[in-house]
Write a protein that binds this ligand. Sequence first.
Ligand code: GDP
Length: 304
Amino acid sequence: MFNSLSDRLTATFKNLRGKGRLSEADVDATVREIRRALLDADVAVPVVRDFAARVRERALGAEVAAALNPSQQVVKIVNDELVAILGGETRRIRLAKNPPTVIMLAGLQGAGKTTLAGKLAKWLKGQGHSPMLVAADLQRPNAVTQLQVVGNRAGVPVYAPHPGVQSEFEAATGDPVGVARGGVEEARQKLNDIVIVDTAGRLGIDAELMQQAADIRAAVNPDEVLFVIDAMIGQDAVNTAKAFEEGVDFTGVVLTKLDGDARGGAALSVASVTGRPVMFASTGEGLEDFELFHPDRMASRILD
Ligand code: GDP
């Protein structure tokens, strides 16, 4: 992911090497190249516009350390601005004062929510927590069983309506809000300090799905709502994120499938467009392919 963006930006910076001082024309030419590289990587248009304007303003201003040469100055400015659009500081999970901390997952079907539930649970367990998964996705017949498999692999308990709901009828008539509430109650009683609630996703944005997610949110009052988005979905990422922001609202973003070779820029825009930070990154199908998202490290990786 981001290989081509990375190459394009590096090539742009190379053109500045050896220049003693940047003229306004140099800055404009550089900003134009950066803008094109970002647009070609699928970064959303308004994000690119603001980004380019800020880089131009700062590159023309004298605010950067005099010790850096012009090319290094531009790299530093682009780096800072990339960190900013990715949410700035690394954002960690906010733990509830009175456990359990409730983390709700939302996103389209196939985004990687169920897989993420297992990864997050395993990671939290490794940090000394005792998480429980809650299977409140009753839309997809297999979702409950899939979460149980993931929970087993992560070595954490799974609260489910009936073990392995299989029939579509049963799934469609289940009560996801009741399951979510029951899961949180069970965690409180069993002293699991973190509850991760998996919710239903659809292939497209859908009013009923949004309402269900909003109802679950209202019922369990989560400390974090993580919007899970497949970094490969391209330009749809921004519209999908906005729809979830309006429909459910969320506190953080998780980018999945960062191991893919898509352009990924749209996913990079999500934090900037919604004002919610990227908190985690998922980079493969295995439970260990998961990391806390550090905007500064991602920016360095892109500019490397
Ligand atoms: P859900 O519908 O949102 O619960 O999505 P799933 O967790 O079922 O994931 C959908 C598919 O994407 C599955 O085949 C997962 O193995 C795969 N998947 C999830 N996360 C990643 C990832 O980070 N990288 C890759 N390559 N595949 C992933």
